[in-house]
Design a protein around this ligand. Structure first.
Ligand code: NI
Length: 256
């Protein structure tokens, strides 16, 4: 049995300062590979260097919607940086009306830039959406995100939003939140999403799953996400592991 963590931030100092230990624990827990997701351009060189250094670490390029006063990427810049073979996705991008308020036109513009870059380079999108589902879906439709596809990461929306994203050809990824006792809506959605459209992730160093809730998260813990989804759906953990690995390979055109 083996797992893939489809979304982590092992370049963040909490994890990068102990990268050897983090990778060893991954291996002990049969986590085969991980996608290290960029959040801004300044830290992109570190993200890329992890992917270049370790064969089973992949990476993305993008600027997260929560980073307000940072270098704004252009389509051409994202496309150029995505040309590297270990850069397998554009993101994370999207909208977040929870962390930031006020005039967020810049956030929507930035999201459009990422969708355009994704379409141009043919690499899928990693989308973050929080308290902004309606606008997120609207921009995805307006910019033709369905033509390239991708993943709605750390999914916390309802079933209708999941269905709309599935209709656009997107995968739905669940984080450790699905293991939290009070996350009833997310547990419902995790039962509803077809198994061949589902991914698992840690979003580490944040959001550690039960039994590590509140502690430092790491890619090795993605198996606890798989275990919860298996339990909810009444299938074996092996089945969830096998299918989410196949989904990851299909979406990112890999053979991990
Ligand atoms: Ni993230």
């Amino acid at each position: 049995m083996s797992f893939i963590d489809s979304h982590c931030h092992i370049n963040f100092h909490e994890l990068s300062e102990n990268i050897t230990g983090v990778l060893a624990t991954m291996q002990q827990n049969e986590v085969l590979a991980a996608l290290c997701v960029s959040v801004n351009l300044a830290d992109f060189p570190q993200v890329l260097s992890l992917a270049e250094q370790y064969p089973h670490i992949y990476a993305s390029v993008g600027v997260h919607p929560d980073y307000e006063n940072v270098e704004e990427p252009t389509v051409a810049q994202l496309v150029a940086l995505a040309r590297h073979p270990k850069i397998i996705a554009i993101g994370e991008t999207g909208l977040d009306y929870y962390r930031l308020t006020g005039d967020l036109d810049w956030q929507r513009e930035r999201f459009r830039t990422h969708i355009r870059a994704s379409r141009e380079c043919g690499k899928p999108l990693i989308i973050h959406t929080r308290s902004a589902a309606e606008d997120t879906l609207r921009l995805m439709v307006e910019e033709g995100a369905d033509q390239v596809g991708g993943v709605m990461h750390c999914f916390t929306e309802n079933r209708a939003v999941a269905q709309a994203a599935l209709d656009l050809g997107f995968y739905i990824s669940f984080s450790g939140i699905v293991t939290f006792k009070n996350a009833l809506q997310i547990k419902e959605v995790a039962k509803f999403v077809p198994l061949d459209r589902l991914l698992i992730e840690t979003d580490s160093p944040y959001l550690a799953p039960v039994p590590y809730r509140g502690k430092l998260n790491q890619p090795a813990y993605v198996k606890h996400v798989a275990e919860e989804i298996a339990l909810l759906r009444g299938v074996s953990v092996e089945e969830v592991a096998r299918q989410t690995r196949a989904n990851f390979n299909k979406l990112f055109q890999l053979f991990v």
